[in-house]
Design a protein. Structure first.
Length: 558
């Protein structure tokens, strides 16, 4: 039965999945295990085999059809092709094209056809366009969610999940810092708009938004945008390079159009490879520590290692004289004030510590059984003292035996560094998981968190921890910052709210009042509508795929 309907054993266990299955008849070559394709065949043993069935798990990995990984997957020869994904659409409708291409699902496997028959109709009339997309997907997709019913019964029974939106206030110093940063960013955006160059400066505008978002976590992160995630080998190699090469590499990071070649966002902890490609450090870290040590840039096969990947800090240290005299390279626009010191505890860090301390008190006092709260409820809580009392009351009533453990997520490892220092000062035992760690170190951290009752906190980067981890030892998830794509946050939450969880799960989303985060929340809702419309869960329709001019004006309050 599972084979017939394309349902994996994970579906039977109730895991949230969506499956795309290409059951169309193939050509004579396809029936023999060979697919006709315009994509260049990859080299290597896997590409030389004529497979009967290829199943692509975590298929969102190939959402960017331009990447080398996507092209290699699509070039595999097989009679049957499946895509499995918990988040088939993460950013735009374009994500679906890569799956159609992998599945050889004509005519949509050709981008021109996909563009004319899917994207254009959605942009012209979103309601009708999404109805057409729903019809296309209905023929090839099996969708299972936690709310799916079989014979009138839930496919899986999980403890309830409560999502709380907790808004904190800036300190006076933080507010002053943020207002200056926001005013400067708004002024720059107005200049682009007046000159008609918003599209040409799109990546630079996203970078300004990135800094505003970082300032909501801790003002120091704006300064730490220039920090160095790499080691001595990178610095030694940089010192041996010609000055002209160093300047070209630095300018690649500084350019207005610097976009990560993997996630296609403005790079976080940005690095540039010797071959000139820019990435987030975490996005490229697997290529440095895993088996595939080649550059993930489109069409690039250059070998990667720690000594041929460079950060801004590394390049700046090698070019100190040139940078001081160059007017073409921007320096940090902000003075090192009190709020930018690592010793300063930001409002968000204080809020996290308040929650964790309340958990520690409950762990000391013991927990009691009680009636759980309603599933997927949403609470907005503005008062810190009331928040602590509410957490204490709720956990004392609703948790079963065992220590209360929490996962703290952030997009930025530099923010995790600051939270880590505060945990050390507070005597709270924790472990950490981020993209800089080896697989062995990651596994050890997860094992300690799941088995050691004294370890009550896991610090985790969103990119390293949003997929494939079982963290049911935690019954509390804290999201320090907002992500453009809400489904990425949902996947992170599902590290704790999944099969094996026996206690109610509380999710706390921390935001700062009267900042860009308020407006990001509204855009997240639009993203949710887009995904729901594509899968027929909402007939309202939405054309929001990438940040439009109106979106940008809204974010900058112009």
């Amino acid at each position: 039965m599972g084979e017939r309907f394309g349902i994996s054993s994970e579906f039977a266990a109730g895991k949230k999945r969506k499956q795309l299955y290409n059951g169309n008849k193939k050509s004579k070559k396809a029936r023999k295990g060979i697919d006709d394709s315009s994509i260049e065949c990859a080299s290597g043993p896997l590409a030389k085999v004529g497979w009967f069935r290829v199943i692509l798990d975590e298929a969102q990995t190939i959402k960017n059809h331009r990447t080398q990984v996507a092209r290699a997957c699509c070039s595999l020869r097989a009679k049957r092709r499946w895509c499995l994904s918990g988040t088939p659409i993460q950013n735009t409708i374009d994500d679906l094209y890569s799956y159609f291409r992998f599945l050889k699902y004509d005519p949509y496997a050709v981008y021109k056809s996909f563009y004319n028959t899917i994207k254009v109709p959605i942009s012209r009339n979103s309601i009708q366009g999404y109805k057409k997309l729903q019809a296309v997907l209905r023929a090839i997709m099996l969708r299972r969610t936690k709310g799916t019913l079989i014979d009138g019964k839930p496919i899986i029974n999980l403890p309830p999940k409560t999502i709380e939106l907790t808004k904190v206030d800036f300190s006076i110093e933080e507010r002053a810092f943020y207002m200056k940063l926001e005013a400067d960013s708004r002024s720059q955006f107005k200049a682009y708009a007046a000159a008609g160059t918003v599209n040409q400066n799109y990546a630079n505008i996203l970078l300004m938004l990135l800094r505003l978002r970082q300032a909501c976590d801790h003002p120091r992160l704006v300064k730490d945008y220039y920090s160095d995630p790499l080691g001595k080998s990178s610095l030694e190699m940089a010192n041996s390079l010609p000055k002209e090469t160093l300047i070209n590499l630095f300018n690649s990071l500084e350019t207005t159009f610097a976009i990560c070649g993997v996630c296609e966002d403005p790079p976080e902890d940005p690095v540039v490879t010797m071959c000139g490609h820019v990435f987030c450090y975490q996005c490229v870290s697997d290529c440095l520590t895993g088996d595939d040590n080649t550059c993930p840039g489109l069409g690039c096969k250059a070998a990667l290692a720690e000594d041929v990947v460079f950060s801004k800090a590394t390049l700046r240290s090698c070019l100190s004289d040139e940078l001081r005299s160059s007017n073409s390279i921007k320096a940090n626009d902000f003075d090192h004030s009190l709020v930018q010191q690592s010793e300063y505890s930001s409002s968000k860090i204080k809020a996290v510590l308040e929650i964790l301390h309340s958990n520690c008190k409950l762990n000391s006092a013991g927990s009691h059984k009680g009636s759980p709260s309603s599933d997927d409820s949403y609470i907005e809580d503005l008062d810190s003292d009331a928040r602590i009392m509410k957490h204490t009351r709720k956990y004392s009533e609703s948790t079963t035996a065992g220590p209360i453990k929490a996962i703290v997520f952030s997009q930025w490892t530099s923010m995790l560094d600051l939270v880590e220092a505060s945990l050390q000062q507070s005597g709270i035992q924790y472990r950490r998981l981020d993209g800089r760690m080896s697989l062995v170190a990651r596994d050890r951290s997860v094992k300690d968190f799941n088995t050691d009752p004294e370890v009550t906190v896991m610090l985790m980067s969103l990119k390293a921890g949003n997929l494939g981890l079982n963290m049911v030892a935690a019954c509390h998830v804290i999201l320090l910052d907002l992500w453009w794509n809400p489904t990425t946050e949902d996947q992170a939450i599902d590290r704790a709210h999944r099969i094996g969880q026996t206690r109610p799960v509380t999710v706390t989303r921390l935001t700062v009042k009267d900042t860009v985060e308020d407006r990001i929340l509204a855009l997240q809702e639009e993203k949710r509508k887009m995904v729901a419309s594509a899968f027929g869960e909402d007939h309202a329709g939405s054309s929001a795929t990438r940040l439009t001019m109106d979106d940008l004006k809204y974010l900058f309050m112009v």
